[in-house]
Design a protein around this ligand. Structure first.
Ligand code: ZN
Ligand code: ZN
Length: 368
């Protein structure tokens, strides 16, 4: 399916500014205007192309959509998402340079293809006005170290859009009906003259909808949706890791056209602990003993996830060595248990009494 290149039709680059586009159009339009080329079929065709190109490229919104479409075509997709059908309402006044789908040929088909999809959720290729599952949401939650280790319940406050209950999502105050737009008399497009030409544009007052909401819903101000914060109770499985995701089925954005709500994914961030460091399911901490204890061996109390336990430090333990408390690490919901590793820091006394000095001297001479 060939794509019309509006940029080359006007002879401008893809990065051309509004002024460049307008200048290029004026120059070409003068040259190929039907009045100046009576009976010339080629000039007429060319003039139509120029007008069409200008109609799209001179309108910021249409140009953005056109660029997106080109981008999508280049990437090999049939269509790009996020198009607002209200923008391309087609031409009404066919005089001069009006714009319509038919004039676009293949590209026009592509546009109408897109427009048959959900207005607000056009990114779901191949779907139409059928009920759709709501959008997925990801929400990040920070939990204390201990909660991640032991598991348990936590509550989260999730802000999300919900259909306004008062107007059922229509945006109109219940009991009122939208009125035909006075600017375009309900057609959704207006004729704008520029020099000798008339253009059809989406109506700025009703944004191409054809009617206006004269009594906006008092609850949502006419948006049709409200932002609501919901408090959810969440079960945190025992041993959950930092960065893990919990799926909460049906707690995402509201469904479309009666479809079910989307899912909510909870990204779990585990807060650091002041004493323990966790790596996988293993826990690391350190303990301080003095050089005599290291040399002779000792038993010291050590904090673990299970409370305080007694660590046996064997005689001759070297500074910086690591001792293992088997199975004292994180116990996961799956039944795995990590270990607790204790790094032994050995301190050397900074001051010694005369008696201690003498004993160490005796120790040194006994060694040699
Ligand atoms: Zn409302
Ligand atoms: Zn209007």
């Amino acid at each position: 399916m060939p794509e019309k290149d509006y940029y080359s039709v006007l002879g401008v680059s893809e990065s051309a500014g509004e002024d460049d586009i307008r200048k290029a159009f004026r120059k070409l339009a003068k040259e190929y205007h039907p009045d100046a080329n009576r009976g010339d079929k080629n000039a007429e065709k060319r003039f139509k192309e120029i007008s069409e190109a200008y109609e799209v490229l001179s309108d910021k919104q249409k140009r953005d959509q056109y660029d997106q479409l080109r981008q999508a075509r280049r990437q090999g997709y049939g269509a790009a998402g996020g198009f607002d059908p209200s923008v391309f309402t087609g031409g009404t006044g066919r005089r001069g340079a009006s714009f319509s789908f038919e004039d676009l040929g293949d590209l026009g088909n592509l546009f109408s293809d897109i427009f048959s999809r959900q207005p607000r959720y056009g990114s779901h290729a191949g779907t139409s006005y059928q009920p759709q599952k709501g959008e997925e949401m990801t929400f990040s939650v920070s939990i204390p170290f201990e909660l991640a280790v032991r598991g348990g319940k936590t509550t989260i406050n999730v802000p999300r859009s919900e259909a306004c209950q008062r107007c059922k999502g229509s945006g109109a105050e219940p009991g009122t009906k939208p009125k035909p737009c006075p600017s375009c008399k309900g057609s959704g497009s207006v004729s704008v003259s520029q020099g000798a030409f008339a253009f059809s544009r989406p109506c700025p007052q009703c944004l191409g909808q054809g009617n206006i909401n004269t009594s906006p819903c008092t609850a949502c101000g006419g948006d049709g949706s409200v932002r609501r914060t919901r408090t959810l109770s969440v079960n945190i499985p025992r041993g959950i890791h930092d960065g893990a995701k919990i799926r909460l089925a049906g707690q995402g954005e509201a469904g479309i056209a009666g479809g079910p709500p989307g899912d909510l994914y909870l990204l779990v961030r585990v807060q650091p602990h002041r004493e323990f460091e966790r790596r996988g399911n293993d826990v690391y901490s350190s303990v301080k003993i003095d050089m005599v204890e290291a040399a002779l061996g000792t038993r010291v109390p050590v904090n673990t996830l299970d409370g305080t336990v007694t660590l046996t430090v064997p005689a001759g333990t070297q500074p910086g060595s690591t001792l293992r408390l088997k199975g004292r690490g994180v116990k996961t919901a799956g039944g795995h248990a990590g270990h607790h590793y204790v790094k032994v820091e050995v301190s050397v006394p900074k001051t010694l009494s005369e008696k201690q000095k003498q004993l160490l001297k005796d120790f040194a001479s006994a060694r040699s």
